[in-house]
Design a protein around this ligand. Structure first.
Ligand code: ZN
Length: 246
């Protein structure tokens, strides 16, 4: 939830109840609901929240959300509370997945801020339920170009499990080792590791690093790819490795 004065914006409310509680606690009015993709754990609370608050709902043009909403595609904007969110098409996890990006500080809201649903996680990326590896790689490339100080608000706190896999891919990455120690200490205190920073993700997240020699070599060896394997093949093999990783 994003707060500006006495109003709030919520992103991907899978459940309405905790949002109602937060609104009540902060004496806030809900102005807008941003939805990144159609999965129930991101949309389950949308209809009830919209009905009770009259909030404007923004979502992906090529997916269906369980409430009337303003459909958006790349290049369009979601505007609420004087904030202007840029929209990116980032298919892969789902076919019509979008991201919302707030480029600059506005009225006490600390930006840049990225809401990327289940596409980019700290240390990992979403599963490919509807899209292709090529689409997911292009989507992650789009997100990776955003400013280094962008705070990455992911759909789920999967950080530690992702980092265990990342370490298997890049055991000698010292940025990764340090980040993992920091995240383990946060989780031990029951503090979220999110939002992450995009600059950090570029250093530690193997799914943003498939062109780095260390990741390339590890994936080639693991999946027995030939040296001339295309980058999409490398990305697909990395994603498969993660799917099978225990
Ligand atoms: Zn999802």
């Amino acid at each position: 939830m994003l707060q500006a004065g006495s109003h709030a914006i919520v992103v991907d409310p899978g459940d309405a109840e905790p949002v109602f509680e937060a609104l009540e606690r902060g004496q806030l009015q809900l102005a807008a609901i941003l939805v990144t993709h159609h999965h129930a754990d991101h949309t389950g609370g949308v209809a009830a929240l919209r009905e009770a608050t009259g909030a404007t709902v923004f979502g992906p043009a090529s997916e269906t959300i369980p409430a009337p909403y303003t459909p958006l595609v790349q290049g369009e904007h979601a505007e609420a509370l004087g904030l202007r969110f840029e929209v990116f098409d980032i298919p892969g996890h789902t076919a019509g997945h979008i991201a919302f990006f707030l480029p600059a500080d506005t009225d006490g809201v600390q930006a840049p801020l990225l809401f990327c649903g289940d596409t980019l996680f700290s240390g990992g990326c979403g599963r490919l339920f509807e899209g292709t590896p090529a689409q997911m790689l292009a989507s992650l490339d789009t997100l990776a170009m955003l400013p280094a100080d962008t705070r990455v608000c992911c759909g789920h706190e999967y950080t530690l499990a992702n980092l265990r896999f990342a370490r298997a891919v890049e055991p000698d990455n010292t940025d990764l080792t340090q980040y993992m120690a920091r995240c383990e200490s946060l989780r031990a205190q029951d503090v979220p590791t999110l939002p992450s920073r995009l600059g950090t993700e570029r250093l530690i997240n193997p799914f943003l690093r498939t062109r780095e020699a260390t990741v390339l070599q590890a994936v080639r060896a693991h999946a027995r790819l030939t040296p001339d394997a295309a980058e999409t093949e490398v990305f697909a093999a990395l994603r498969q490795w993660k799917n099978d990783f225990r």
